[in-house]
Ligand binder design. Structure first.
Ligand code: DC
Length: 232
């Protein structure tokens, strides 16, 4: 590869935020791989919290029980060339956190202050030395407001629903377009209207509309922006 970035010398923090299925994670993963950076999927961490609350039968209204759950929770991202694995209390939950009901549960549990505080602390610890591409909803606004690069990815809802259906199909799961779309709309509203760290574009984030773009084109756009600033 030609010297696109000052790769091995750079330790940027790259934040990619945006609504569900806007292309964040695919782009972040590709970019991290190219730059030999670590990819941190913060949505997976909230999903792991949601999954654990379900396994333990904890109601999201029971804040003391959630607090107790958080005292011992261990979430680890194990980096692997074939895609990161998400470990919850040392058990691989990479597939389990993608179950349909976990999406809504993650969105709901992420509204709780003590959950956010704990996840944000973990995310800051994971990213403090830089060399990371982190995707989520509040990375550029709350977790790393001083990030070197902030991107906010958007795409129209039909495109996002189509992508999600195709993604599920690739995993052998049949999904109904209208149902997927309804779910995305619900989640966007839930995530962007909450009181704490709502989904919002940071004032200094660069918006990338991925409607009609291929993955390659999305990554190219971001790569160009990083490259131009790196050499400026
Ligand atoms: O990125 P995702 O769809 O896997 O995220 C699942 C949920 O987690 C999302 O609906 C809201 C929450 N989340 C959050 O509140 N803050 C983040 N940084 C990432 C995700």
């Amino acid at each position: 590869m030609d010297k696109v970035y000052k790769d091995s010398q750079t330790h940027y923090i790259i934040a990619i935020d945006g609504p569900a299925a806007s292309g964040k994670s695919t782009t972040a993963r590709f970019l991290a791989e190219e730059m030999k950076y670590v990819y941190i999927d913060t949505g997976a961490m909230y999903r792991a919290c949601g999954l654990l609350s379900k396994q333990l039968g904890i109601s999201l209204n029971d804040i003391p029980a959630i607090g107790k759950m958080l005292e011992t929770i261990e979430i680890e991202i194990v980096y692997s060339v074939n895609g990161n694995r998400i470990m919850l209390n040392r058990i691989d939950v990479t597939e389990a956190i993608r179950e349909k009901d976990i999406s809504r549960l993650a969105s709901d549990i992420s509204q709780i202050g003590i959950v956010r505080d704990k996840m944000v602390d973990l995310q800051r610890a994971m990213g403090k030395d830089g060399g990371v591409v982190m995707d989520g909803r509040d990375i550029g606004t709350v977790v790393f407001p001083q990030a070197d690069f902030k991107f906010f990815m958007i795409a129209d809802v039909d495109t996002r629903a189509e992508r999600r259906v195709a993604e599920l199909k690739a995993k052998g799961i049949e999904a109904d377009f209208e149902e997927v779309k309804k779910d995305l709309i619900w989640r966007d509203k839930n995530d962007s209207t909450r009181a704490l760290a709502p989904l919002r574009k940071a004032d200094d984030a660069i918006e990338i509309d991925t409607t009609g773009l291929t993955i390659e084109e999305q990554v190219n756009k971001i790569r160009e922006i990083i490259k131009n600033k790196s050499y400026a």
